[in-house]
Write a protein that binds this ligand. Structure first.
Ligand code: ARG
Length: 448
């Protein structure tokens, strides 16, 4: 192991047993670019504070910007990303490298790195999420008039349009996006200058330092600055709620593509086969969305459990904050584009959907509403239609085939029409093709 940042007061070198548990470079190397970025900003702050001469600052900054990420082989040669950067800097500029850590601690350094990372991860997620939302909004616009059965309790309930189904998920995704941007804004503060816990003793303009790294401001408390991981928990929560929404979408589409429903056909390039059953075409992408949603809930609860008992300020437990974040970002980066492509490539079996949506049973509410419209109290109309349905089911015929009765007129039966039922739902937020088209256009304008 090269460059120990802390060996002085110890008589023995770190045991391999310690290193196996304590070293974090195998995963925190993912912070490399952010560690360099933060270090360059700190070098400038050291210059402003009179610690580094202009020449020293220039050579330190140039050396930092010339560093390259670690090779695979280097990953077990360093304790963490911070000691790696400092040791590489030493190889370039010798003892001058030792001045970089003046007035700084790995505690404020890692907190800064991670907030820089969070910003990038949030931006990446926001971009991918927006693409998915846009795809769904476009699908919503294209299919604003496509009838399909709407379900409650997994039972056919009333007709809706496929576009309306799409737009429901767009609404969820828009909230997810706004939550993500809120979390990003709250996390966009700079802990650098908090040092180990009590604040740097150097005359550093922390707000200027924060701005130089693109943060909105410096964190308010040095004790909190090194120990706060709210931003990590918020990111994980935001993503887990996003994935919960996508899991519901996946669950719906799995059903829509089932052999029983056959409302949609998945694009071949985003479906999988079976090694045993030649006929199979499986919705693995959607199942993995559902699976990852479950695991991401575990990541949030894990993070909260990690944080809940920590004494102020930095504790080594916090080293374990990173892997859940890194895993989550990788999941988002793989899942969202795959799901976007799957939704864009979905083939709709419009006839089958419209056929299912036109069943008398889904339109029973329409019949009761038609009777109510000519003055029959709705409760009574509901009873009459319900009894009529019982009779139709017993005889194995439709309500239309059963025809008018004492209480149900031929004109009432005209209400058993899916297009009519859809167009009547024209109040704001309803499933009428007109409203769905407007909602899709509104969403597309926002998601531009
Ligand atoms: N590898 C550590 C982490 O990820 C860096 C901070 C170490 N600080 C310390 N006082 N040991 O949290």
């Amino acid at each position: 192991m090269t460059n120990r940042m802390w060996g002085g007061r110890f008589d023995a070198a770190p045991s391999e047993l310690l290193r196996a548990l304590n070293d974090s470079f195998s995963f925190d190397h993912e912070l490399f670019a952010h560690d360099v970025e933060g270090s360059m900003a700190w070098a400038k702050a050291l210059h402003a504070a009179g610690v580094l001469t202009p020449a020293e600052t220039a050579s330190m900054t140039a050396a930092l910007s010339s560093l390259t990420p670690p090779s695979q082989a280097e990953l077990d040669q360093h304790e963490d990303v911070h000691s790696f950067v400092e040791s590489k800097l030493g190889e370039r500029i010798g003892a001058l490298a030792g001045k970089l850590h003046t007035g700084r601690s790995r505690n404020d350094q890692v907190a800064t790195d991670l907030r820089l990372w969070l910003r990038a991860a949030a931006d990446e997620c926001a971009g991918l999420l927006t693409q998915l939302a846009r795809t769904l909004a476009q699908l919503g616009l294209d299919e604003a008039g496509t009838p399909m059965p709407g379900y409650t309790h997994s039972k056919q309930a009333e007709p809706v349009t496929f576009g309306h189904w799409c737009l429901a998920y767009v609404a969820m995704l828009q909230r997810d996006l706004s939550r993500l941007l809120d979390a990003r804004a709250r996390g966009n503060e700079c802990p650098l200058g908090s040092a180990a816990l009590s604040g740097t003793p150097l005359p550093v303009d922390r707000d200027a330092l924060a701005k130089s790294l693109g943060f909105d401001r410096a964190t308010a408390s040095s004790l909190d600055g090194v120990g706060d991981r709210d931003f990590a928990a918020e990111y994980l929560f935001t993503v887990s709620l996003l994935l919960s929404h996508l899991s519901r979408l996946a669950e719906d589409v799995i059903f829509f593509s089932s052999d029983e429903a056959r409302y949609v056909e998945l694009p071949d390039a985003l479906a999988t086969g079976s090694s045993r059953m030649p006929q199979k075409k499986n919705p693995d992408v959607l199942e993995l969305v559902r699976g990852h949603a479950g695991r991401s809930i575990g990541e949030v609860t894990g993070m909260l459990a990690l944080l809940k008992g920590l004494p102020l300020a930095y504790d080594k437990d916090l080293q374990l904050d990173k892997e859940p974040l890194f895993r989550t970002r990788r999941v988002v980066a793989a899942m969202l584009p795959a799901l976007t492509a799957l939704m864009a490539g979905l083939q709709l079996n419009r006839e089958r959907m419209a056929g299912a949506a036109s069943s008398d049973l889904l339109l029973a509410t329409e019949l009761a509403d038609a009777m109510a419209a000519r003055g029959v109290p709705f409760r009574q109309a509901h009873d009459i239609v319900s009894a009529r349905i019982g009779e139709a089911l017993k005889r194995g015929v439709t309500l239309r085939e059963l025809g008018p009765s004492e209480s149900i007129t031929a004109a009432d039966l005209e209400a058993l029409d899916v297009r009519h039922a859809l167009s009547k739902r024209a109040a704001l937020g309803g499933t009428s093709p007109e409203r769905v088209r407007e909602a899709a256009q509104r969403a597309l304008a926002i998601l531009k």
